[in-house]
Design a protein around this ligand. Structure first.
Ligand SMILES: [Zn+2]
Length: 284
């Protein structure tokens, strides 16, 4: 990858350029975690679904509601997709979320939608793994850098078919949940938030790595829906992603999704996210 013979005389000076955080995230709309906390305190469960191991399910979350993903029975990671409930073409944009926040997300961070909407779809309001931080390998939890395990990459690398990758699980779940054919549903499946997954880039070669998730039964992450959402969640065939994925060799466990409705009047001043206000004239 590198060819030291090309190194110019001023290489050290060029490498010493100061890194700048690319986006002024302090200019983003503020997150009122105190308001969310008070709304959550009086919220009651109204819906939920258990996602079976190596499978996927969708769930509906009205704007202004919370949803919680909980580890049950054993350590398990989940691949999360989000769609605008009224327009499946507006969906979670992992790349921009990564640029606006970080490679891994936590409390107060938002999951943003794709262009041209570019608005917060959900805000992370609770996370029992927020103690983890960054480990000695450079790993963290809840990444927005992985894409999702999929049968095409598996076929490319192993030359065999496997039908319970997260991509397929999410495709089947969306098809069943939205009344679409598999061919109609598949293009709507997108890059995920890797819930509970512990990942990073190797410090020497910068390759994507995974390691056993620190999640344990009872751990959860919670989100506030900033718009009417359809969520899709796959219980990854990798289980805790400490050994392999895209096969049936790893122990896998279910993931529970619960939806909570705040008490009336407890979200005073809050409004569902509006689409981005850019004119879309593109200079013409
Ligand atoms: Zn997966």
């Amino acid at each position: 990858m590198t060819d030291p013979s090309r190194e110019p005389a001023d290489a050290a000076a060029r490498r010493a350029a100061k890194p700048l955080v690319a986006y002024a995230v302090e200019q983003l709309p503020p997150v009122d975690l105190a308001l969310y906390a008070s709304a959550r305190a009086g919220a009651e469960p109204v819906d939920g679904v258990m996602v079976p191991p190596r499978d996927g399910r969708t769930f509906d979350v009205p704007a202004g509601h919370f949803f919680r993903i909980t580890s049950v029975d054993g350590p398990q990671v989940g691949d999360l997709n989000l769609w605008n409930a009224h327009d499946l073409t507006e969906r979670f944009f992992s790349g921009k979320t990564r640029q606006l926040h970080a490679t891994h997300v936590g409390i107060g961070d938002r999951l943003w939608s794709n262009l041209p909407g570019l608005r917060p779809m959900a805000t992370i309001t609770a996370d029992t793994l927020d103690w983890y931080g960054w480990d000695a390998d450079g790993g963290g939890v809840h990444d927005v850098i992985g894409t999702r395990c999929d049968p095409y990459t598996n076929c490319l690398l192993k030359g065999e078919e496997y039908h319970h990758c997260c991509h397929s699980n999410l495709t089947r779940a969306l098809a069943a949940g939205a009344g679409l054919s598999l061919a109609e549903a598949e293009p709507h499946v997108h890059d995920v938030m890797n819930v509970f997954m512990c990942t990073g880039f190797t410090l020497d070669t910068h390759q994507y790595f995974m390691k056993a998730s620190p999640v344990r039964p009872g751990d959860y992450i919670e989100f506030f829906a900033e718009m009417d959402l359809i969520g899709g969640l796959s219980a990854c065939p990798g289980g805790d992603c400490g050994s392999s994925h895209s096969d049936d060799s790893t122990p896998c466990y279910p993931l529970r999704v619960e939806v909570f409705r705040p008490a009336p009047g407890s979200l005073e001043g809050w409004q569902p996210a509006r689409p981005n206000s850019y004119s879309r004239s593109h200079g013409v």
